[in-house]
Design a protein around this ligand. Sequence first.
Ligand code: NAI
Length: 475
Amino acid sequence: MATIKKQALVIGAGTGGYPCAIRLAQLGVDTMIVEKAEPGGVCLNWGCIPSKALISATKLYHKAQHSASMGVTFKGAAVDMKQMQQWKAGIVKKLTSGVKGLIKGNGATYVKATAEFMSPRKVRLKYDGDQEDDIVEADHIVIATGSVPIEIPGFKVDQKRIVDSTGALELDYVPKRMLCIGGGIIGLELGQTFQRAGTELVVLEGLDRILNGVDAECAKIVARQIKKDGGEIHTGAMASGWEEKGGSLVVKAKIGDEIKEFETDVVLVAVGRRPVTQGLNIEKSGVKVGPRGFIPVDARKQTNVPGIYAVGDVVGQPMLAHKASHEGEVVAEVISGKKTVDDARCIPNIVFTEPEVAAVGMTAEEAAEAGHEVSIGKMPFAVSGRAMAIDETNGFVKVITDAKDARVLGIHIVGPEASDLISEGALAIEMGAFAEDISLTVHPHPTLGEAIMEAAKHSIGEAVHIMNPRKKSAH
Ligand code: NAI
C-alpha cells in the first residue's frame, strides 16, 4: 500500500470532475483524478451524448417520413437499431478517450479506482482485481460523484423490460410499445426517440402537467407533437405496479379515483435522479450531507469542511452537465488561489424533444411573483421565413422583460434548434441586457435567430413582422 501526496484529488471524472482536474493542472496544481467507471461520467457514457445521438438519428428518420410536402420522398427509409447503437458507441468511445487524453495531456494523473474517505485529507483508492489499495493525502479534495436514477416501488429495473435511462439507451431493437413513467425530461426525450423510430408511446405523469418547471405553453407544444405522432399522455397518473399477462407487461396506474391498466412491452422509469454519496465513507470526511442526499456548498463550492469541495449533481438542482462543468472550473480556480466564486446569473435548461425546448431566466409567472411588471414579446416560428424553409414552423420565442425598464428577465424557446439558439439568451441575461440590446443587434437573415430579435422587439412594441401589443416603447 503506497501513500501518494497530491495538492488536489478530484473524485469522479464526469462533467463536473474532469473539467475541474484539467483546469487544476493548467493552473499548476499537482492533481489526481480518480474514477471507478468510465471517464466522462453519465453525460458522455449513458446520458447527454448517447441520447442526443439516438435523438438526431431518429429525428432524421421521422423527417424522412414527413418531407413529402417539400417534394422529397424516401423509398425504403428504415431504422437499423443495431447499427444506430454501434454508431452511437463510436461517438461515446471517441469522446471518452478524448477526455482521458486531455486530462493526461494537461498534466493531471488519471486513476481507475473506487475512492473512499479515511479522514478529511486522506482517501483510500480501491482497485479492481488484486492490486493493493493506495492512500492519497491531498490538501484539497473535490467530490464530483454525480447522481443515479431513482427507482420506485413495484418497478425493479432489470434493464431489459423495466429500464431506466441507461437501459433505454442500450436497447438494440425498436420495442412495439413503450410506457414511460414520468413525463419529465428523460421520459419525454427518450420516449419520443423510440416513438420516432416506430414505438407506440404512452406517458404516465403523476403531476397535472408534463415537463414541470418548463414554461407551460412550451410544454403544451411538445405534448401536442407527441399526441400528433400517435402517443398518449396521461397526467395525474401514478404508476403503482405491473404484472405479466400473455407476454405483455400490464402496468397499473391510479388516475383520479380509478385504477387503469396499460399493456406494454418495455417500461421506462424516469422519475428523477438522486445524488451519489454512498460508498464514499463520507462520514469519515466530516462533510455534512443534506436531508435529500445533496451536499450543501457555499459560493466557492466549499463544503462545511475547509479544503473539501463538491460540484455537479451531488450539490443539487439543476442536475445539468454544463452547470457541473462550470462549477468544476470555479473550484479549480478557488483551489489555485484565485478569488473566484460561482456567480452565474442563469443556467440554460434544454429539453431535446421534438420540438426542442430551451430556457434561461424566469418564466412570466416567476417574474410576476418576484414583483416585476411583466411584458411578454412573442415571435412564432410559423411566420419565420427560415423556419418555413426548413419546414419546422412549430413553436415560438418568448422574451420576458420588465415592463418598466425592458430588462430581459427570461427567454423561452420551443422550436427548431432551440438548444443552440438559447445561448444568445444566456449571454443577454448574464450581461444584464435590455430588450433593445437584442433588438438593435443586427441578426443575420434568413436565420432562426431573427426570431429572438423579433420577440425582443415585440416585448417593447417595435416588432416589424408581427403585430405589436397596443403599447408604447418602454424607453
Ligand atoms: P424529472 O424530474 O425531469 O421528471 C420526473 C417526472 O416523474 C416528474 O414530472 C414527476 O412528477 C414524475 N413522477 C415521479 N414519480 C412518478 C410516478 N410514480 N408515476 C408517474 N410519474 C411520476 O426527472 P427525469 O426525467 O428522470 O430527469 C432527471 C434529471 O436528469 C433532470 O432533472 C435533468 O436535470 C437531468 N437531465 C437533463 C437533460 C437535459 O438537460 N436535456 C436530459 C436528461 C436528464
